[in-house]
Design a protein around this ligand. Structure first.
Ligand code: ZN
Length: 455
């Protein structure tokens, strides 16, 4: 009687917490591309099989691709609002590795109760410099941290705080040379030396063009720092093919986002230095998001006093296509959102690559695009953050970070005028085994996202 009941329970009880049935499972790490059933137990992938399986919860993935959740190496914002935007675009891990933070311990503490998706941060040279040189800028340096050379004592203090951030578990080091033009070569060498000694990757917004890349490659070679060049699309513009070749030859890593326009703060040094003395025709590259107007000398001066993000139309579609199609680039959004305004890349980067560059333009295969969204970013960070060996893959034992989308319909919808629109075709997104997007809608009131942090 007792044994009979036990057997009956085993036959009828669902085997897994959650199952994803009948989807086209694509795993860039193993090359698996076949219809499979996936079982999740305790937040991890427990089985991938052709056999029938059951669970307490079932997701029907018939006709859909089941992929590892997307890992974004470059996501500003890092608020519940941007985590929501990014979840709808298939992102399960959002990392702020360029600007970063000046206080790693506090940054993680603020997010500790859990977030919608996984999150992580770098110790940021820009932010540390703002703290040490007492800059008044709200987001980016606008005074001493932008333009003044640091004293030897201040350089020591900056590197000491970078080391403190790494000890607190920062994923990497962040830097942006165009935001801190006052930093001397001595300061940058000291910064890169910390990266070289600690083997933490240093994610750098380089100065524009070939000379900017040569400078960063020189610093990395001199200090043995593991260099990652952020948004090669906007750093290289017309020199994109040449700079990708330099990156390949130097064995450093890079990333790109799929838009011809960039965005940053109008008061930042990178905008002021570029456009203050520029001819009127170049000022029209800038678009003021609240009105959509292109700028001239008068409006540039006026909006500089106001402050806020500015759209910069500076690249061509041919160069963006070269950056997105390259096997060297991780897809990284550079998500940018503040006070209800931002760039459409915040909400549409991954859907745009899958819908436009894969399906419509045939610029790269679906598996290759997925590799650049999952495995490539995970592998970049694994030496310092071993936990990422369990992300970016769809394999037994991996974290239950999964993005399920319709390859026939997936596409972004956001525009520069309307940047908050969710894409279509991203159907289900799971973070640590828990659905955060179901049938294209965010699931409210849950926080399965965990900290991604160096040990
Ligand atoms: Zn940048």
């Amino acid at each position: 009687m007792f044994f009979g009941l036990l057997i009956a329970l085993q036959l009828t009880a669902p085997g897994y917490d959650r199952v994803i049935l009948g989807g086209r499972v694509m795993d860039p790490a193993s090359g698996l591309d076949a219809v499979r059933n996936v079982g999740i137990q305790n937040g991890r992938l427990a089985i991938i099989t052709t056999n029938a399986i059951s669970g307490r919860d079932t997701i029907d993935a018939t006709g859909l691709v089941v992929a590892p959740g997307f890992i974004d190496l470059h996501a500003h914002g890092q608020t519940p609002e941007t985590y929501r935007f990014q979840a709808l675009d298939g992102v399960t891990t959002a990392l702020e590795l360029e600007l970063g933070t000046a206080d790693v311990a506090a940054w993680y503490r603020e997010r500790e109760p859990g977030q919608l998706i996984n999150y992580g941060v770098s110790i940021g040279h820009i932010k540390v410099r703002m703290a040490v040189l007492h800059d008044s800028g709200a987001v980016m340096p606008v005074a001493d941290a932008a333009y003044r050379a640091a004293t030897p004592a201040e350089i020591s203090e900056i590197t000491r705080r970078i080391e403190t951030g790494l000890r607190a578990g920062a994923v990497s080091i962040g830097a942006g040379f165009t935001y801190t033009p006052g930093a001397t070569r001595d300061e940058l060498v000291a910064l890169f030396r910390v990266a070289g000694t600690s083997r933490a990757s240093i994610h750098v917004h380089i100065r524009p063009g070939v000379a900017g890349l040569e400078e960063a490659l020189g610093l990395a070679a001199e200090t043995n720092a593991p260099l990652h060049v952020v948004h090669i699309n906007s750093a290289a513009l017309a020199a994109t093919p040449q700079m990708l070749e330099m990156i390949r030859a130097a064995h450093v890593t890079t990333e790109a986002y799929p838009y011809t326009a960039g965005m940053t703060e109008i008061q930042s040094a990178t905008i002021q230095d570029q456009y203050r003395g520029a001819p009127e025709a170049r000022l029209a590259e800038m678009e003021w998001p609240p009105t959509g107007e292109r700028l001239n000398r008068e409006s540039f001066a006026r909006y500089t006093k106001v402050g806020g993000p500015i759209v910069i139309h500076s690249n061509t579609e041919a160069m963006v296509l070269a950056a997105i199609a390259s096997p060297l680039t991780a897809i990284a959004s550079d998500a940018y959102w503040r006070n209800g305004m931002g760039h459409p890349r915040t909400t549409g980067t991954y859907a745009k690559v899958l819908g436009h560059y894969v399906r419509e333009a045939h610029a790269l295969s679906l598996m290759e695009a997925l590799r650049k969204m999952t495995l490539l970013p995970a592998q970049r960070l694994e030496p310092r953050v071993p936990a990422l060996r369990h992300k970016g893959r769809l394999q037994v034992g991996a974290d239950g970070d999964i993005t399920i989308f319709d390859p026939a319909t997936v596409i972004d919808r956001s525009t520069y005028r309307e940047p908050s629109l969710a894409p279509v075709g991203i159907q289900h997104v799971l973070v640590n085994g828990v659905p955060v997007v179901a049938k294209g809608h965010v699931v409210a009131g849950i926080t399965p996202g965990k900290a991604v942090r160096a040990p």
